[in-house]
Design a protein around this ligand. Structure first.
Ligand code: MN3
Length: 202
């Protein structure tokens, strides 16, 4: 998805809508994937329709283009391209409970221990950071260009592309990600999300 070009297509979920129960309910998954994610895909295609030269760029290249995008559509393109980037990673970054990758392994686990002391300590630190996002946004664990792990909050649909970092895991802390089930309790949603994270292998 990150290397796809115009016209962008909504990818299907890599598991069933109810596969993340009881931590994320299927109604939330339908709204989040079929309405919110689809909205970003459709609106990005609309924003790019008048610009044949931008239609040659993949998602990462569009986000890298940033301030050089046409002024009239800058916000529209960046916001929706960011929404597509973040959501395409978010759904891939989840997996049913008891999947082999719900905890980090190998090199990633070693790096987490080295930098944060233990996986438990890392989780607490990440959760606090995610609870701190003011308004809508995302919390990412990224690998920086000098190969350090970093936990970073992004507002709205900003992405790690803007800081030249590679995504490892991410939490969507927009209210639409949890409000149907958790109401205003972002903290409980964050705690539960740890049961269904799909840590990448590297
Ligand atoms: Mn979302």
């Amino acid at each position: 998805m990150l290397y796809s070009i115009y016209p962008f297509q909504l990818p299907s979920l890599p598991y069933d809508y109810d596969a993340l129960e009881p931590y994320i309910d299927q109604e939330t998954m339908h709204y989040h994937h079929d309405k919110h994610f689809k909205g970003y895909v459709d609106n990005l295609n609309k924003a790019l329709a008048p610009y044949p030269n931008l239609q040659q760029l993949n998602l990462i290249q569009l986000l890298q283009r940033g301030r050089n995008l046409p002024a009239a559509s800058f916000t529209d393109i960046m916001h929706n391209a960011g929404g597509v980037y973040n959501h395409s990673l978010f759904f891939e970054n989840l997996a049913p409970e008891n999947s082999a990758n719900n905890i980090p392994h190998g090199m990633l686990l070693q790096m987490i221990r080295l930098q944060y002391g233990s996986f438990e300590h890392f989780k607490n630190y990440f959760s606090e950071k995610a609870a701190d996002v003011f308004g809508s946004g995302w919390t990412y664990l990224v690998l920086t260009s000098n190969k350090n792990l970093r936990i970073v909050n992004f507002k709205n649909q900003d992405t790690p592309v803007t800081i030249n970092a590679s995504p490892i895991i991410l939490f969507d802390v927009w209210e639409h990600a949890y409000y149907l089930k958790y109401r205003n309790s972002r903290k409980d949603y964050i705690e539960n999300l740890w049961n269904i994270i799909n840590f990448p292998k590297f």
